[in-house]
Design a protein around this ligand. Structure first.
Ligand code: GLY
Length: 282
């Protein structure tokens, strides 16, 4: 696997977006918890600062739009793999216009743009797990079979399998990639069931890193020239037991990032950036 996965996680650019005041009252959410807007902005600023300063990515920062309360969760508006960017058709109607600024930014980066124009299709990037070898697409409240088919058409070099998402918002609400061939997975029954399905459907063998908390299983992996394996993950304050699991990862640059406000509107760490490798050949 090491040879095949050599380029996995490499990235040079990130697209992020500011948080509008409307996030606090109008962003879609599954819980009724009150969001501290300043706290959410502080968390997001720290996240962007890590990308820009510590990881030295070229960060394209799209302005917040009050008409798009969920706009900070840029991951849902596009799936980028290699030089191709699929502009999604988000499952929530209130989020569809988020794709406009995303499309413009990806065009400016000279990526090949594919648009999901079929009005029967829906897909949120939060439902898309790219392992470096294949895609898993969660069939959720936001993403349907047609959306997965269009993704498969856009990225023909890779196998695409669908996974039912029985609980939570997205597939990546309880899993993410923690490195080449390493799936980070939550401990809940639905998360474990989804992992089993992914393992059964795949021709590849993945290692797993199980964390006690599903939210903590969403982390951001990168492989960067000066730092090697990098993982942005939950803080010990939010998820002490899960943080201990990440601390055992040797040879990683581990960067804990707070996400206690954005999580109240179902935002996880991967949701807040679209990562691009401009030096990519995969
Ligand atoms: N608040 C994120 C979403 O529901 O899409």
């Amino acid at each position: 696997m090491a040879g095949l996965m050599a380029g996995f996680g490499q990235c040079t650019h990130a697209i992020v977006r500011g948080i509008p005041a409307s996030l606090a009252g109008e962003a879609l959410r599954m819980s009724a918890a009150e969001v501290d807007l300043s706290g959410a902005r502080r968390e997001h600023d720290a996240y962007v600062e890590v990308l820009r300063t510590r990881l030295r990515l070229e960060v394209v920062s799209l302005p917040a739009d009050e008409a798009l309360p969920d706009g900070v969760f840029v991951e849902d508006a596009a799936v980028v793999c290699g030089d191709t960017a699929l502009i999604t058709r988000p499952g929530a109607e209130s989020r569809r216009a988020e794709t406009e600024a995303m499309k413009a930014a990806l065009k400016d980066l000279n990526l090949n743009i594919v648009e999901m124009t079929d009005e029967t299709a829906t897909l949120d990037g939060g439902d898309v797990l790219f392992t470096g070898q294949e895609f898993f697409v969660g069939l959720s409240k936001r993403t349907n079979q047609r959306g997965a088919e269009i993704l498969a058409d856009a990225f023909k070099d890779y196998a695409v399998s669908t996974v039912p998402v029985q609980e939570g918002l997205h597939l990546k609400s309880f899993c993410s990639m923690g490195g080449p061939g390493l799936i980070v997975i939550g401990s809940s029954e639905p998360a474990q069931k989804a992992l089993k399905i992914m393992q059964q459907m795949s021709d590849h063998r993945y290692d797993k890193l199980t964390v006690p908390d599903d939210h903590a299983a969403n982390c951001v992996y990168m492989n960067l020239p000066e730092l090697g394996h990098v993982l942005l993950h939950c803080t010990a304050e939010e998820f002490p037991e899960s943080a201990k699991v990440f601390e055992k990862l040797k040879d990683y640059t581990l960067i804990p990032l707070a996400n206690s406000e954005k999580v109240k509107v179902d935002g996880a760490l991967t949701c807040c950036s679209v990562l691009i490798n401009k030096k990519s050949s995969n």
